[in-house]
Design a protein around this ligand. Structure first.
Ligand code: PLP
Length: 473
């Protein structure tokens, strides 16, 4: 009997949460239910998700930023079908596949000068592991410096350079030689690098957690210090790359010229896991330095033809549809609208970011009534306020957003890069409505907060705090 996927999905539709409760991650489904995110989406297209009733949702998470080109982009889906129909000899292994050579060639063209060699992996964290290993092997130095608040993935090497204790809790000890310095602190960085035993300094151009921007001279100076002390400068563009910030790579905002760059997420257009570490050939030659070490760093699915084909198509679409330019334009518009409301809404601190990687930060209000509500909520759990903003955005306005990190009053917008002015208007109208609601006390927003606080406190009293404020990757 033929296997019919569409029929299977239709027949079992709605069993999502039962299956996940039973077989996958019941803690996560519990959180989704508490915050009202336990929806069943049945279709994704461009910037939108749809449920079975045909309701349309504006997706401002885009799969943690993998769908820069939009969901189910026709060119990406078409090229995947083409590749499968072609009968391509995938993963032969003992050969040099044309398709990965072609993608490497395209990527190198888009990199700063001197980055001329590519290692393909399957996820962002695998790319970071690669850069950590390469920087150690090529420099002969075992230390890595990273910054507070950084997020580079959750496998052991990447976790060891994660700047948020929350992710490390319970998994220690970490990789030795990983040293954390405060973000934007060049003095602290120089102090570490000057010992000349640091192989690599790894940094996100814009921190994904919290959407924190570097000071204007931080990254160029960090690069200079790395050169001075013989440390490889590694820029993690897993989230910021592929046009997200209004440039192909965010490092272009500061004219950086690192030794290694990591791109992933949207490189495949979102459907297939992929990652590329692009670096200087001399680094690669120091890793693969003898014939018996020619595959000393590798992974089975590296250069998977499906991912490579999708990568070639994704680079094409990015240019063809001028998505990078659109990201810059729509991002400016959102930030302008948000920041124009700072006077009006005393809880609003600022909108910040570049292109379509945007953080909206809130802060303690001045008026007495709101101040008391704010303090009570923060005493219960430092992350609940942001959570209570994203809940009505989804429930009432059908806009999917996320909190920007643990224990912070920041929400994050990561829409697809093809959004238009109508989408921006829809978000701003919804944002106004939610902001107005949370400036009324007592009011519906604070009721949401109180409800969440009860769950959080119940979790604490059992000694097993529920991760209501868990931020997404
Ligand atoms: N680096 C950065 C900057 C990221 O934002 C992420 C994931 O969000 C990673 C690395 C890890 O990527 P992955 O989740 O594909 O392992």
């Amino acid at each position: 009997m033929a296997f019919n996927l569409a029929e299977l999905l239709k027949k079992r539709q709605g069993e999502n949460y039962i299956l996940h409760d039973r077989y996958i991650n019941p803690t996560f489904t519990k959180v989704l239910k508490i915050i009202g995110f336990d929806r069943v989406y049945t279709k994704g297209e461009g910037a939108y998700l749809y449920d079975a009733q045909g309701n349309q949702y504006l997706d401002f998470i885009s799969g943690y930023g993998v769908f820069n080109l939009g969901r189910n982009h026709p060119t990406i889906n078409e090229v995947l079908k083409q590749l499968l129909d072609y009968g391509y000899p995938n993963l032969v292994k003992m050969e040099a596949p044309l398709i990965s050579g072609l993608l490497a060639e395209e990527l190198v063209k888009k990199m700063p000068t001197g980055l001329d060699c590519v290692f393909f992996a399957n996820s962002g964290t695998e790319g970071v592991e690669t850069a950590l290993k390469f920087s150690r092997a090529a420099s002969g130095r075992f230390k890595t410096v990273f910054v507070k608040g950084a997020f580079h993935g959750l496998t052991y090497g990447s976790l060891s350079v994660n700047g948020d204790e929350h992710f490390r809790e319970g998994f220690g000890p970490m990789l030795p030689g990983c040293v954390m310095v405060p973000f934007n602190d060049l003095e602290a960085l120089e102090k570490e690098l000057s010992s000349r035993d640091v192989g690599g300094f790894v940094v996100e151009p814009i921190q994904g957690k919290g959407v924190n921007l570097p000071d204007a001279n931080y990254l160029p100076e960090a690069e200079r210090l790395c050169r001075k002390y013989g440390t490889y400068f590694i820029v993690d563009e897993v989230q910021t790359g592929m046009g997200r910030t209004g440039k192909f790579l965010a490092l272009e905002h500061w004219n950086l010229n690192p030794d290694m760059v990591i791109v992933s997420k949207s490189l495949s257009g979102g459907q297939i896991p992929v990652c590329a570490v692009v670096g200087r050939k001399q680094i690669f030659l120091k890793v693969f330095n003898r014939l018996d070490r020619c595959v000393v760093h590798s992974t089975t699915f590296s250069q998977n033809a499906i991912a490579m084909a999708a990568g070639l198509a994704a680079l094409h679409v990015l240019e063809e549809e001028k998505l990078i330019e659109n990201a810059a334009k729509m991002g400016d518009l959102i930030l302008k609208e948000i920041n124009a409301r700072r006077q009006k809404f005393e809880l609003l601190r600022e909108g910040r970011g570049k292109g379509l990687m945007i953080g909206i930060a809130f802060g303690a209000p001045k008026s007495l009534k709101l101040k008391i509500a704010w303090e009570i909520l923060h005493k219960a759990d430092a992350g609940l306020f942001a959570q209570s903003i994203i809940m009505p955005l989804l429930d009432k306005h059908h806009i999917l957003t996320q909190v920007a990190g643990h224990n912070m009053d920041v929400i994050k917008l990561l829409p697809v890069l093809s959004i238009n002015e109508l989408d921006v208007r829809r978000f701003i109208t919804a944002f106004d409505d939610v902001m107005e609601a949370c400036h009324r006390f007592p009011g519906p927003m604070w009721e949401i907060g109180t409800r969440l606080a009860k769950h959080a406190l119940r979790g604490t009293s059992k000694g097993s705090r529920e991760s209501l404020t868990d931020s997404q990757l």
